[in-house]
Write a protein that binds this ligand. Sequence first.
Ligand code: WTA
Length: 664
Amino acid sequence: MTNDTGHSEAEHDAVTLDNLLRESREFPPSERFASQANATPDLYRVADRDRLAFWADQADRLRWETRWDEVLDWSDAPFARWFVGGRLNVAVNCVDRHVEAGHGDRVAIHWEGEPGDTRTITYADLRAEVSRAANALTELGLRAGDRVAVYLPMIPEAVVALLACARLGLTHSVVFGGFSAEALRARIQDAEAKLVITSDGQYRRGKALPLKSNVDLALRDAPSVRHVLVVNRTGADVEWTADRDLWWHETVDRQSPEHTPEDFDSEHPLFILYTSGTTGKPKGILHTSGGYLTQAAYTHHAVFDLKPETDVYWCAADIGWVTGHSYIVYGPLANGATSVMYEGTPNTPHEGRWWEIVQRYRVSILYTAPTTIRMFMKWGSDIPANYDLSSLRLLGSVGEPINPEAWIWYRQHIGGGATPVVDTWWQTETGAIMISPLPGVTATKPGSAMRTLPGISAEIVDETGEPVGPGGGGYLVLTEPWPAMLRGIWGDDERFRDTYWSRFADRGYYFAGDGAKYDEDGALWLLGRVDDVMNVSGHRISTTEVESALVSHAAVAEAAVVGASDPATGQGIVAFVILRGDATEHAGGDELVAELRQHVATVIGPIAKPRQIMVVPELPKTRSGKIMRRLLRDVAEKRELGDVTTLQDSSVMELISSGLGKPA
Ligand code: WTA
């Protein structure tokens, strides 16, 4: 068997290792893929010639009830307005128009629950379900502009809930089901949500876990909420607050499957999604309708090469993250895709679960995160080898830098040594993919996101904002507005300007917070965050957030948190804590550390649990009192210590690294 580079498989493996070290291996697109690809080299030229005309063409992917007058209004920068004057309904674009075009029988979602139950939902079914849900939300008194919090596992109702909100012009705020009651409460309070949609429980690792109980806790102090709509997923007992709580099956199922949609302004708020910033308080990233949907649809078409008639597409993210919003819900549905949606964990009940799903539904496009790929690598390539994965024709990666080794493994063992692999860089703030190879067009290098998509303008710049040339490294910035860009931080315009637009204010660049470099050929490599935001298994968590959680525990006087590189999760959270005087005496060591880890899980969510907590007598600080995280990272990664001359008391580091710090 040969792959599209013309090497035999044995040669391929040998070449792989060799080239990993030099990072110079290139995979040009195969002729077979290129001849059928949605993307063409011409796209770059067209977009370069007239960027706004290019985006106007992309907006024609959508159905507009009123056409826009102006593609972009940037006169109030950094607050953008795209497709000014245009009106549309996002849900109609994702559902109704496909039914009206005669595709009502096409499967929209092949859903598989963790326990093995399945549901097949066609576009006609989806239209009926979304209409019922929209009628129910109207009956509950919700009106366009109101906010709805969605706290659900990966079940079809999550998709229906989002689309019902979109249909009514309600702004959804999805909170990941792994977040704690406290995290949920903060997000509900910030957005002043009137409704929470949740489920009794969720299946994780073969067990039914409670979910609604977190909502009950969160709502002890969230006066904006009038109702809680509860999907019956696990059948678990739940506490019930009369007049507030309603079952989904009692409220939605009895509604009419007909609903007449209204249209909304292109800039109508579609959703808020909270993400970690460099301070403790999460930022409510605001996205609007027309521009967001345009870029979600365009990127999904060009980067995933979707052929709606024949492809089966699976984005294995959670709806709680932006990847789920743009590439489980809005992008694929706008394009009339048939998707797979899976509720559970990859090793329940066995480590071949994903590959069984690929085989069963003949999945042709798979999109996942490097951390998951590394986990599969650890489990061994003999597991996917047991399944027929020949339906796969394109693989995607997102969320963190993908190490070349994982890229190669993914292509070789999942993609049969032949599929294109697209490493896609973007953020909650960008709304959709920004940097990625185009399959069938771009020759790829393992580990590189290669170049900006047609229509997108990025640069790598130095401290002063000067672009670096080939071979240079620096900060990643976006130099021109783009349709799916965030429109602000909910309720905090000043923070929006400060966080993204102040660093290179004189040039008007958007500061992404990522470091990047160009190689000698001009290919772009992402290097990770340059701020105090960690990336753990593709999830953004701020060091400050975890520090605040730790100091909220009675035993902790001070805490410093760093992201240390971790072979499995990309970064791992390592915390250094100083205990309060009275706590030190009966500090039972391991027990206290376990309690602190659990405390962080309770305050933020299990994803924020530190990998390691070290109890230390002092923390290294500069003379101005700033904690020197760089040194702590050196300790956490067991590297030789960096320069300590600006330390207030350099003996501190000796204390910490000599083992007085108690690792656990
Ligand atoms: C990181 C996820 C390298 C980056 C869509 C970014 C990546 C943050 C990549 C956004 C990639 C995402 N290569 N790093 N392909 N994709 N990142 O908001 O640090 O959850 O700033 O959006 O993830 O994370 P977010």
